[in-house]
Design a protein around this ligand. Structure first.
Ligand SMILES: C[S@@+](CC[C@H](N)C(=O)[O-])C[C@H]1O[C@@H](n2cnc3c(N)ncnc32)[C@H](O)[C@@H]1O
Length: 243
């Protein structure tokens, strides 16, 4: 594996993957994914249609940073990968993003994100809703300044329900494919940044090593220890040397 010394240091510091039974006990769904739910954040009341992910504490690590400018999007082009019900596009819209791609493989999620953006932000011509696998629905020449992804990277199948798998436990492969597309499509503008939220319920080292191998430079933007064995990171990847 060809890594920079910074990347190699970062890899060494990452926590080990948790034991399978621990991952299953933590990630077994506590809500009925087939029901219609509600979610409230920052004074906004979101509808959560069947099959759509209800944001949790990890989601909010990204949403709050978009809203308060720690993940800066003002005047920039932003892609919300796996947008779910759309809290991040609402936050980025309020924070002044110039163009926002709301991307998800699940059509009801993209529809909910569009509806919430229209209701809580309302700016015309900013939001571009796209249904598709990762970046497949975007034209080839698309360039973005900022990407966020809270991926369903949990390494154990915690349910046989395809909606739960899509939302929580696709495994590391969805993130490595995400990095491959970013690099192969030359998706990042100069200075572009990719933020990915991941815990040690996923193969952190394998995922970050893959990004490094593809020429992306990792940094830890935020790290939170939940004191139950789980440690969550918000990584920031920037374009480095082509692989
Ligand atoms: C953990 S949820 C995150 C939702 C929201 N961004 C949040 O943080 O609350 C993962 C999201 O990724 C989406 N997803 C799963 N596989 C995908 C794929 N191949 N392409 C695009 N989105 C995908 C799911 O539909 C789901 O909305």
């Amino acid at each position: 594996m060809d890594t920079t010394s910074t990347g190699a240091d970062l890899l060494r510091e990452l926590p080990d993957l948790l034991p399978a039974e621990h991952i299953v006990s933590i990630n077994t769904p506590k809500e009925d994914i087939r029901s219609t739910r509600a979610y409230e954040w920052n004074g906004w009341r979101f509808r959560v249609p069947p099959g759509v992910f209800t944001p949790g504490a990890t989601s909010r690590m990204v949403h709050e940073r978009l809203l308060d400018n720690r993940i800066a999007v003002r005047g920039l082009t932003y892609a919300a990968m796996g947008v779910g019900l759309g809290a991040e596009v609402v936050a980025a819209g309020v924070a002044g993003a110039a163009r926002i791609y709301a991307l998800d493989v699940h059509e009801p999620s993209v529809r909910a994100a569009r509806q919430h953006f229209e209701e809580f932000v309302g700016t015309d011509g900013v939001l571009v809703p796209v249904v598709g696998d990762l970046f497949d629905g975007l034209p080839d020449d698309t360039r973005v300044d900022v990407v966020t992804f809270n991926p369903p990277a949990v390494s154990q199948r915690v349910s046989d329900d395809p909606d739960v798998v899509r939302n929580i436990c696709e495994g590391a492969g969805i993130v490595t494919r995400f990095f491959d597309q970013i690099v192969d499509r030359d998706l990042l503008s100069p200075g572009g940044r990719v933020y990915v939220a991941l815990s040690n319920t996923a193969d952190l080292r394998g995922i970050v090593a893959h990004a490094i191998d593809r020429g992306l430079l990792p940094a830890v933007e935020h790290r939170h220890d939940w004191h139950d064995g789980v440690v969550t990171h918000v990584f920031r990847f920037t374009g480095g040397n082509p692989a």
